[in-house]
Design a protein around this ligand. Structure first.
Ligand SMILES: C[S@@+](CC[C@H](N)C(=O)[O-])C[C@H]1O[C@@H](n2cnc3c(N)ncnc32)[C@H](O)[C@@H]1O
Length: 184
């Protein structure tokens, strides 16, 4: 086999690997979308603004519903002595979240493959959400009946209509607003 032939085959392998990777990514993107929200990450700049506007104390437990690549929880765990759980239905961002946490030596947060409709919120002091309202409407009972008194619910991008009476503030962002709700 000539060098050119070897290069040709290598190129085909690279192209096929890329195509398969991209297809798997797109399939899971559509899957996430069908399940309630596609994977779109909160911008790091927005996370900074949200954290500047959130009172977080040592020992608090944070749950992220639809945790994507884990950037929010990992950033909080870097700055505060908290514990955290992120759940996501899409195994690809979930894998990235686990790898990111491991690479950054963050051991106080963990990421799980789970539908948010099955997530236990009773122990959460703070709940972070960046999801379409249609999906958030499906967890009305969990958010209104199964959260701690005093729990803070942070919704990036979308208001949660059924939590209107708990609304405490809205923080402006460069792309999306963030809505804060304090349960009582
Ligand atoms: C808009 S992204 C937000 C990602 C992350 N929270 C962030 O702010 O960077 C929404 C995430 O929710 C996940 N998701 C969609 N429907 C879900 C469901 N029913 N249960 C769990 N996760 C879901 C998607 O896979 C996606 O990663």
């Amino acid at each position: 086999m000539t060098l050119n032939e070897v290069l040709y085959i290598l190129l085909i392998i690279v192209e096929l690997t890329f195509l398969i990777g991209a297809s798997v990514y797109i399939i899971f993107l559509i899957y996430s979308w069908l399940k309630g929200a596609p994977y779109v990450a909160t911008r790091m700049k927005s996370i900074k603004t949200i954290l500047e506007n959130t009172e977080i104390t040592d020992g608090q437990h944070i749950v992220e519903l639809g945790s994507g690549d884990g950037r929010f929880l990992i950033e909080v765990a870097k700055q505060y002595n908290i514990t955290g759980v992120g759940v996501d239905i899409n195994p690809i961002p979930l894998l990235i979240a686990r790898l990111r946490a491991r690479m950054q030596k963050i051991h106080t947060v963990s990421f799980h493959l789970q539908d948010i409709r099955e997530t236990d919120l009773k122990k959460a002091d703070i709940i972070y959400i960046f999801l379409f309202p249609k999906l958030v409407n499906k967890i009305k009972l969990q958010l209104t009946k199964n959260t701690k008194k005093g729990a803070l619910i942070i919704s990036h991008g979308f208001q949660i209509d059924y939590l209107k009476k708990y609304h405490t503030k809205t923080v402006e962002g460069d792309t999306f607003k963030t809505y804060f709700y304090k349960m009582s």
